[in-house]
Design a protein around this ligand. Sequence first.
Ligand SMILES: [Cu+2]
Length: 402
Amino acid sequence: MLKRTVFVGILIVGLAIAIFRIGPFQPDRSPSTPQFLQTQEYQQTREYWIKGEEIFWNYAPSYPIDEMMGMKFNQDQLIFVENTPNQIGRIYRKAVYRSYTPEFKQIIDGPDEVIDPKTGEMRIVRQPGSSDEHLGLLGPTIRAEVGDRLVIHFKNETRFPVSLHSNGLLYSKANEGIPYQDGTSQKDKADDAIAPNDSYTYTYEVPESSSPTTIDATSTVWPYYSGTNSVQDTNSGLIGAIIVYSRGSLNAKTNLPKGIDKEFINIYQVIDENSSLFLDENIQEFTTASIDTDDEDFIESNLMHGINGLLYSNLKGLDMKQNDEVRWYVIGLGTEVDIHTPHWHGNTLLDEGHRVDTTEVFPATVKVLDMFADDPGIWMYHCHVSDHIDAGMSAVYKVDPA
Ligand SMILES: [Cu+2]
């Protein structure tokens, strides 16, 4: 009798768990019916206010000096960085993501801009020495812990319809940010292309299926970008990163995972300005000759081999102290030339348990690597693809002696 009572009791509790989803959140892994979290189950809602804005971006502020070698740019390098009557050079009009305080009152973070392309006068948003300085062209870093909800208030202040799409998170069709024939009705399509001066609020969830696993580090990274015309939009500059931390691992004060002293995000991308939304504007603004957009030399001059949109060691802020634990998030973007092999001089890293000093990324793939920076110095950090070395896909990172 007692056995039967216990059995019936277990059965009732089991049914209750199954029906009412009592207990810790378990993601539904069925691809056709994603189980969105109930409001009361969110660990935290994290809000971001992000604008898409047009800026002038300088790929090589050190011009006419190659910052890696401390010498004047040679003829081969000038193809990418010199403004001439028939090539655009190093400054381009682009669209970028920038973050603001609530209601878009005050800018928080985003790429710096050239206010006057003639004089080179700059508006500096990312202060030297800040943790965001190294982000270069990238939009603000979006951070969440597993179990959180992300609410992103997006305002498009560019002249083209654009959107915000995140890889890897859980989103409904009304929050996907990419137009295609997906069988949805008009009400689920408002997110696909936000018209100039319009706004949209994207909501993402961060369930276990977006999170690092036990063989990952305590955090993982996903690219976010505009997907309205994803090829043109990503070449225009609407790119950034979302970091997802395992539950309880994000220190809210430092914005770093516990046990990690520095975090760096690097997108390796041959940014193809020939495919930018602003190609015509850039030709008008920065060239004086009559331009044939099929001319091979002109096309070559617009292939900007960037780490976070900066060439020839113009990427700054990769600074740390000796014995720091440093987490590197490396993301590839682009097309078939975007085979990148990021290589660190001076220190080695752990890549999912493997010891490496070189890794690999392809378009839209990511790597999370941990470095114990025990070897002080100014160290070269570059893509190891020969053609990309020549074209400026290089930087240095600094390890100050303890
Ligand atoms: Cu490369």
